[in-house]
Design a protein around this ligand. Structure first.
Ligand SMILES: Cc1cc2nc3c(=O)[nH]c(=O)nc-3n(C[C@H](O)[C@H](O)[C@H](O)COP(=O)(O)O)c2cc1C
Length: 199
């Protein structure tokens, strides 16, 4: 790991034919992934976009824990998820479905926020982390990869922080499922005019 700063003027920008608007409007969450590995260099490129999200006071609050397919921690986590869901629901099918959220995506990543000295700064930092995730999601779209955000039970597993090595100064933001999608979900939105006041 290097903590040496990069200059904004010196960034090497990856080539793509995908426009910003295509990425914004065509990016979709997906929950089924093709059996195709995401190369480490591509994944690193996607994660690198997070660092360029706006962040007040340059707190750089994003912390990533990446679990690749063969990660031993991922195996332990899958078992932890299964056991805790079974205890909660007494339902093996449901517990298996939650476990699959950990085992099936080619990559999962837990994203944490660095807490500030007060709630306001923590909130600002959190906003920056989420902007970083969106950077990554849009860049992923340009690579044909999906980044699906999860803030459900898979982010609230007892012992998760300890297993990942997330320290007390961090708070959970989301788990990301990352891979080449094997489905093309559609969704809807209300046009923004209904939520905009032009004064
Ligand atoms: C903060 C956040 C948390 C989310 N958590 C979950 C989740 O726990 N489970 C899930 O199935 N989808 C989750 N999603 C994905 C949304 O369901 C998805 O973004 C929504 O259906 C709109 O689809 P789109 O991303 O393709 O536009 C989450 C999205 C966001 C932004």
């Amino acid at each position: 790991m290097t903590n040496q700063k990069e200059e904004s003027t010196a960034i090497r920008i990856p080539e793509t034919d995908v426009s910003v608007y295509q990425a914004i409007f065509k990016r979709r969450s997906a929950w089924k992934f093709a059996n195709k590995a995401v190369p480490r260099n591509v994944l690193s490129k996607l994660i690198s976009t997070v660092a360029w999200a706006p962040n007040h006071r340059l707190t750089e609050p994003w912390r990533f824990f990446v679990l690749e397919q063969n990660s031993k921690i991922r195996e332990s986590l899958a078992q932890l998820v299964y056991d805790q869901m079974l205890e909660e629901t007494n339902d093996t099918a449901k517990s298996g479905a939650y476990k699959a959220k950990i085992t099936e995506p080619p990559i999962i990543a837990y994203v944490y926020n660095l807490k500030g000295d007060n709630d306001f700064v923590t909130r600002e930092n959190y906003a920056s982390v989420v902007m970083g995730i969106q950077n990554m999601s849009l860049a992923a779209f340009a690579e044909g990869i999906t980044v699906t955000i999860e803030t459900g039970k898979v982010t609230r597993i007892q012992g998760l922080d300890e297993l990942l090595g997330a320290t007390q100064d961090l708070e959970m933001v989301a788990m990301l499922e990352i891979g080449y999608p094997d489905e093309e979900p559609t969704t809807t939105r209300t046009p923004i005019e209904g939520f905009t006041n032009w004064l």
